[in-house]
Design a protein around this ligand. Sequence first.
Ligand code: TEU
Length: 542
Amino acid sequence: MANFKNKVVYQIYPKSFCDSNGDGEGDLKGITSKLDYLQDLGVELLWSTPFFPSPQRDNGYDVSDYCAVDPRFGTMEDLEELIAEAAKRNIGLMFDMVFNHTSTEHEWFQKALAGDEKYQNYYIFKEGTPDKLPTNWVSKFGGPAWEYVPSLGKWYLHLFDVTQADLNWENPEVREELKNVLRFWKAKGIQGFRFDVVNLISKPEIFEDDLIGDGRRFYTDGRHVHEFLKEMVRDADIGDMVTVGEMSSTSLSNCVRYTAPREKELSMVFSFHHLKVDYKDGDKWSLMPPDLMRLKELLTTWQEGMQAEDGWNAVFWCNHDQPRVVSRFGNEEKYWKESAKMLAAAIHLMRGTPYIYQGEEIGMTNHHYTAIDQYRDVESLNYYRILMENGKTSDEALEILAARSRDNGRTPMQWNDSHATGFTTGTPWIIPPENYRQINAAAQMEDETSIRAFYKKLIALRKELDVISDGRIEFLMRQDPRVLAYRRYTGEQELLVLCNLTGEDASVSVPAGWENATLLLHNYTSDLTNILQPYECVALLK
Ligand code: TEU
């Protein structure tokens, strides 16, 4: 099995990473041109979100051809060059497999629409009349999860956008098609795959109304999901690759099964419970300050729960669907540097494989847009309308979007302080935050105290110290609402990590036996005392 415990994965959102041809959108050649930057950082795996042909309703998560490159991102030759150039730098690629649904522009769906029953059976069609939805399930992007096709007299299921039709995994032909996609990309010499919302693939036998929720309990971690994953990994022969499943609203017990080596399913999983601690009543569109105690509890439960059963977490704060962590759980003004470093240390020293999302390593912040025409994301645009329909004013809806929009994570990578952050010579497809003149990669490259230098150190330490990549974990100071504290240990080494999650001083007592330990990492230059300063973090080794 591939070693993914001592590596750090860097996530690239190609559209916003680097534009090589001046059309305002990032592309594959742009990524290749930045490989030296990534090698210098020390990351050994790159996960790129989709660059396959797509109408781009959901920025590439609506795939119309799984085995080709969208011309807007380049050519197959560009991709092969990227793979080869990355390999020279000891960097492996992971591609994003969006197998829960296809774009409605996909050839399969088009054939289904034209009346071909073979292909209708690739999707989830239900006979009916336009006045009666098959079930009351709600789409993740708002509105009903079904769309009526008058020419067929049938509804089709779409858990996401209306242009993202859910595939019918119960059909063995569908599973075979998808295995062929994996075989195709594996043969190109990539190292791994990320599977989009892969715990939603197995739908129930009977489709019924959800009287207590939005329908997710009927298809999340569904009845055949473990079987389907096992079969896919075995038949496509990807058991030796690095695989990560994105698990929507999942449970710990399922994630143990997805990742425990004996199950032969996936290397690791993303779960999102810790990124909902600022959702009021669990609603993403209802603002509340983060509940730090809840955050600690969730991190503890998942770290310890996965460890007990030999499961493996992907550990992360940011991706292309999330607001920037320094704006969210840190302080992007007064303690920008300190809080960004503390948040990095908090997860990079945990048990699991850390993921860095482009720009996180330089402390990129939310964008703070003030007008709806600055937004691009289909979810944000839908919810702006829904929030207003539900009685919010435009200003209130914009305040919510500014905190919660997925576009916060999709602004151009801030390379330098020149035109459009150095991301493009043209007009960027989405407006960069104004702070790129201060916050950019160029400014941090030579600065040993930068956030980037701190990330670089964390990545290097994971390669050097088994206690970080492979040690056990035990949480300390569990009742303290301010300090996240844990101990990692192997037979030979021990690591103590203390992180002040707040913008206020917090007293700690360093546990007995640590007085003479080595100071491995610290985000303040002053001496360590038993008062942790705002967002102070420290790692001690013995
Ligand atoms: O996201 C899955 C998903 O459900 C969320 O992260 C979603 O964006 C959020 O819960 C809505 O509030 C994956 C991809 O990461 C995302 O970009 C795609 O839009 C989605 O699947 C559909 O493919």
